[in-house]
Design a protein around this ligand. Structure first.
Ligand SMILES: C[S@@+](CC[C@H](N)C(=O)[O-])C[C@H]1O[C@@H](n2cnc3c(N)ncnc32)[C@H](O)[C@@H]1O
Length: 636
């Protein structure tokens, strides 16, 4: 097995780790694997008594975790992963399976049962291989295995046990210890793979990948529509034969002969798919000449083609207050929803079902056979208009302003300018005065949008760096004060002045939180013309991206003149840096700035240069993973 080529086989594939364990994440990141983390919702509640061995239990739990994520992603995340990796680690001693302790007493019970004895650590791993099918159903194959490592603990005194328990380390770890940290001091010896005890048997995992991707095709003259998959699926082919011969049980963690080979089993009627791979039929012969075969079907492109329909379904449901109606009474039929939102029953029924398919609503069948609909947890939190973290305001802004502008994207690309004139019949010389603030209702909608998006993104921004040394801050272009309030909540010593245009400050009253404090104050002015309030820290969130380079320099030069050396600036923008998480979101946001503004999103390197020329030094960059990245700067 050559390590790097094994990992590099996964390049370009959507690999998902169905585990939130930071230890597994670190082990896989360290070998250069690029993957997304989608923690499994599968509860570790399988009845242990039903399993012959602890390893069977660990493997089945790993399978269920991985399958839960693999089956959730296509409809919740609207994308099908190529591979989902699930893992479950258990400790076994005296025929007992030990998982994570529920409290300190449980940790004590576990650790004292390990004292002075050898025990086994089993990690079950499941690799789910996902395959989009022609009929839009996804097929799943599971390759699973386990690894056992023997560990011996020293005799542990009561003092030692309690000191370790009180360190807090045992609580989220199988068997109540972490070998890679303080728990390592309890261990006399380890026989086997150390990383398996940490939580992930890397070596066995790589060998299994190697077997999946690098073993020679099962039959050299196997030529069919599956030819392209010959390299990818040989293990599936050969092991499916084992299954056909009755040598493998589903979820059997043993194997077909060799002692450390992985087992494979299909989920959701996948056996037929496994068998189909060996069929050479007229249909497959035709596939290469007429149209594309099922493997070539461009799912990603078709999903993108449908993307606007999904967005518009969300926008329409928000605009019609579907989520608000369902937050007042759950379990409503299409007729009941239609009456409440004043829409047709037929149209409402279709919209409700579309929202179910997008993971925004839940549907169940009543005793009388009718379908009824309720909000998902996520919809209750983020789509109901008066929920504290509602995105309703931003979604209406997207529907009423961004959507019409985006429909002229090709003109924006040709001309390199915003599309107000085409979309709304008016040219916008000054974005705020001519577009956002021309009419009261549009201004309110814009402020609502800024308010809602600020609330979901500000916490990560405010905690990106330790800002506790600042007693005074000025949120330049701080709009409704949503960010300012959050900063004062997180930093109880900090006072924040919100500086914004007079027509915005005049309406800021409407957005004040119930628990408002007197450390947030509002000052009206124009940041290009008027002096800024004095502060130790200036916050500029989503300000620079609105403006041309010339205006950005103008604003930063002015700020630089008004503040003293040592003064800090916190910039929040959506950075275009390659390699950061969700860079496509930033790229799309940059198109958004093209159709809407005279500005653009930029890279942190670009900001570094811009800042330098105005006398600021970019100290640190933090990718929050949400909408706004953070840059911490100082006036030199
Ligand atoms: C994109 S919004 C960002 C709001 C807020 N910082 C946030 O991130 O949620 C830009 C803000 O800059 C304000 N703004 C625009 N031009 C301004 C000017 N010349 N002087 C003061 N504020 C201005 C707008 O009113 C608006 O509140």
């Amino acid at each position: 097995m050559v390590l790097n080529p094994v990992i590099s086989k996964l390049t370009g594939k959507l690999v998902v780790l169905a585990s939130a364990s930071p230890r597994r994440l670190e082990i896989l990141t360290n070998v250069g694997l690029r993957f997304e983390v989608v923690p499994s919702w599968f509860k570790e509640t399988l009845d242990k008594a039903l399993f012959k061995t602890p390893q069977d239990y660990a493997v089945e739990t790993a399978r269920q975790k991985a399958l839960e994520v693999a089956t959730r992603m296509p409809y919740k995340h609207l994308k099908t992963p190529d591979i989902v990796i699930g893992a479950d680690t258990v400790v076994a001693v005296d025929g007992q399976i030990l998982e994570k302790p529920s409290d300190k007493q449980d940790a004590y019970r576990m650790l004292s049962s390990l004292s002075g004895k050898e025990h086994s650590v089993f990690t079950g791993v499941a690799i789910v291989l996902c395959q989009d099918q022609e009929d839009k159903e996804v097929d799943y194959k599971v390759v699973d295995f386990y690894e056992e490592t023997k560990v011996k603990f020293a005799d542990l005194s009561e003092d030692m046990l309690w000191e370790y328990i009180n360190s807090g380390e045992p609580m989220d770890k199988a068997g109540g210890y972490g070998i890679q940290a303080l728990g390592g001091m309890l261990v006399e010896y380890v026989h086997g793979d150390f990383l398996n005890v940490v939580g992930f048997p890397l070596n066995h995992f790589c060998k299994t990948l190697d077997t999946i991707y690098n073993s020679p095709p099962a039959s050299p003259d196997h030529k069919s529509q599956w030819e392209d998959l010959g390299e990818t699926w040989p293990l599936v082919n050969s092991l499916s034969k084992c299954a056909e011969n009755g040598e493998l049980e589903p979820s059997d963690s043993g194997n077909c002969g060799a002692s450390d080979a992985a087992s494979v089993s299909g989920a959701s009627a996948s056996a037929s798919w496994v068998q189909e791979q060996n069929v050479v039929g007229p249909e497959s012969a035709l596939a290469s000449t007429c149209g594309c075969n099922r493997e070539e079907f461009p799912h990603k492109i078709v999903d993108l083609m449908d993307g606007f329909k999904a967005s518009k379904a969300l926008f329409a449901a928000c605009k019609l207050n579907v989520f608000d109606v369902l937050s007042v009474s759950a379990d409503l039929s299409p007729k009941e929803v239609a009456e409440r939102v004043k829409a047709s029953e037929e149209g409402s029924a279709r919209l409700l079902d579309a929202c179910v398919s997008l993971g925004l609503l839940e549907r169940r069948t009543r005793d009388d056979g009718d379908h009824v609909y309720s909000n998902t947890e996520e919809a209750s939190r983020f789509l109901v208009a008066d929920s504290p973290l509602s995105l309703h305001g931003y979604i209406l802004h997207c529907n009423d302003l961004v959507w019409p502008l985006f429909s002229h994207l090709e003109s924006a690309v040709r001309e390199g300018t915003n599309q107000y004139e085409r979309a709304f019949g008016k040219k916008s010389e000054d974005l705020f005065q001519d577009a956002y603030y021309k009419k009261e209702e549009v201004k309110l909608r814009f402020m609502n949008a800024m308010h809602s998006i600020a609330k979901v993104s500000v916490k990560d921004l405010a905690t990106a760096f330790d800002l506790s040394m600042f007693k005074t801050a000025c949120d330049v272009g701080g709009c409704t004060g949503a960010m300012a309030y959050e900063f004062t909540q997180i930093y109880p010593e900090m006072s924040v002045t919100v500086f914004d245009l007079p027509q915005v400050i005049a309406m800021s009253d409407r957005f004040q939180p119930k628990d408002q404090n007197d450390r947030v104050t509002f000052v009206a002015g124009d940041f290009f013309k008027d002096p800024l309030p004095k502060a130790e820290l200036y916050i500029l969130a989503r300000i620079l991206h609105d403006w041309s380079l010339e205006k950005v320099h103008q604003l930063l030069d002015k700020l630089s003149k008004e503040c003293n050396p040592g003064c800090h600036v916190l910039l929040a923008e959506t950075l275009l840096d390659e390699g950061k998480p969700k860079v496509s979101r930033a790229q799309l946001q940059c198109l958004n700035m093209l159709v809407q503004t005279e500005g653009r999103e930029r890279t942190s390197d670009h900001y570094r240069d811009i800042l330098l020329s105005s006398g600021f030094h970019l100290l640190r960059v933090h990718y929050t993973g949400n909408l706004l990245d953070a840059m911490f700067c100082i006036k030199t």
